[in-house]
Design a protein around this ligand. Structure first.
Ligand SMILES: NC(=O)c1ccc[n+]([C@@H]2O[C@H](COP(=O)([O-])OP(=O)(O)OC[C@H]3O[C@@H](n4cnc5c(N)ncnc54)[C@H](OP(=O)(O)O)[C@@H]3O)[C@@H](O)[C@H]2O)c1
Length: 387
């Protein structure tokens, strides 16, 4: 039975059956988080090796264990396939599953370039089947809250998005992350998250500038990107597979700022700083205000043992007094690793008979791939020794 929107009963009680294609690192994390999914079952695993499928299936209690991707795609008990293979395999894997009538959630980046993305999107639409890029970050509770804050324009007009994501992935000639053939490199592996975040916040850029530093295996080890948007907003993004970075994001608006804390790919908290619109300029302290500020600082200093906390409080206090800035922190940690929220979105869409998600639409995934192509087309590379 296929799970096309036409055949999906709207009954909320009907369980949706999922299969996983590939048994690598992210497939393990996804299967572990599936315990948090209450309206679907993980029923099948497919691997290029029967032995790996059995080991994976036994570990996570998955009954249907297939020794080839085709067997998984053809399994009549599977409605949706989650593709967890290297980026270079995504197009072929998506096509295999769509041709077998399955709905698909495919790991990021959707494909390795915009042309491939167009082809798989076109196939899904022709076949009337659901397809979504597994940009799991978008479905985390904190990012849902972020979208609400931005929709309410709490920080005014957005002028700048800054974000970085760097991890030190040790060089290994077999490593997917450093392999050009498998769709590795900083831009495809880490930049995909940053471009997706910028796209969610400010849409598609009108201009793109970039510079990359190649690593040992030919893929980009670090890439810096400057994006321009109509309306005068800029985004500066930096990604790396050679060095760990702060992994945070800052959204600068005319009336405040939002800082998304480390790790930007799966954040638990953000800080919000709002300016007082009546006080656009620095207000010099009167002697009386200065002594009040000092007295309050000393009071804090006496009673607090946590110097760091004290500094933060003092900064918040002086920001408030001097500039009228109000600071707050919003904490919304995910359950587990947070990979299951995207599953709920797919289930919700399928039950509603939708062919794609409004939160991670296919047109947006395509537009992100177009930006990636433009970054790479510039071909501007600099070598570490010339920096
Ligand atoms: N790791 C992460 O933190 C993470 C996070 C988010 C997204 N992702 C994305 O998820 C995808 C998979 O990442 P991963 O870290 O899970 O990779 P991985 O550990 O290397 O696993 C990839 C799996 O894909 C299958 N595969 C199919 N063709 C392959 C080929 N030519 N070479 C190697 N493996 C092949 C293999 O499963 P079988 O042998 O069972 O067929 C393999 O175990 C990538 O697109 C990545 O961007 C990864």
């Amino acid at each position: 039975m296929t799970f096309s929107p036409v055949s999906v009963p709207s009954s909320a009680s009907r369980s949706i059956n999922w299969g996983i294609l590939g048994t690598g690192a992210i497939a393990h994390r996804f299967a572990a988080d599936f315990v948090h999914v209450t309206d679907a079952r993980l029923v099948a695993i497919g691997s290029r090796s029967g032995e790996k499928a059995r080991a994976f299936g036994n570990r996570f209690g998955i009954p249907r264990q297939h020794g080839s991707y085709r067997e998984l795609a053809d399994d009549p008990d599977v409605h949706v396939v989650y593709i967890a293979t290297p980026a270079s395999a995504h197009k072929a894997n998506i096509e295999l599953c769509l041709r077998a009538g399955k709905a698909v959630l495919c790991e990021k980046p959707l494909t390795v370039n915009a042309h491939e993305a167009e082809e798989v999107i076109d196939l899904a639409r022709r076949k009337n089947l659901f397809l979504m890029e597994a940009m799991w970050t978008r479905f985390l509770p904190l990012i849902v809250r972020l979208r609400e804050l931005l929709a309410q324009r709490v920080i005014g007009e957005i002028r700048h998005v800054m974000a970085d994501m760097g991890s030190q992935v040790m060089f290994d000639s077999d490593s997917r992350v450093h392999s050009e053939e498998l769709g590795g490199g900083a831009l495809l592996q880490k930049g995909a998250y940053l471009l997706s975040l910028a796209s969610m916040i400010v849409g598609s850029p009108t201009s793109v500038k970039s510079l990359s530093v190649p690593g040992k295996a030919g893929v980009d080890e670090h890439t810096g990107v400057l994006l321009g948007y109509s309306g005068g907003c800029l985004a500066t993004l930096w990604c790396s597979v050679g060095v760990r970075s702060g992994r945070q994001g800052t959204i600068v608006g005319t009336q405040g700022q939002i800082v998304i804390h480390d790790p930007i790919v799966c954040p638990s908290s953000l800080s919000l700083r709002l300016y007082d619109s009546r006080r656009r300029h620095y207000a010099p302290l009167t002697a009386e205000a200065e002594s009040r500020l000092k007295a309050r600082f000393l009071r804090y200093a006496k009673c607090s043992r946590l110097i760091r906390k004290l500094r933060e409080r003092f900064r918040a206090l002086s920001d408030r007094i001097l500039y009228g800035i109000r600071s707050s922190t919003i904490c919304l940690p995910p359950m587990g690793e947070g990979l299951h929220y995207q599953v709920s979105e797919v289930n919700r869409c399928l039950r509603a008979g939708k062919l794609e998600s409004d939160i991670m639409s296919l047109d947006e995934s395509h537009s992100i791939m177009v930006t990636m192509d433009r970054i790479r087309e510039q071909g501007e590379k600099t070598h570490a020794e010339t920096l």
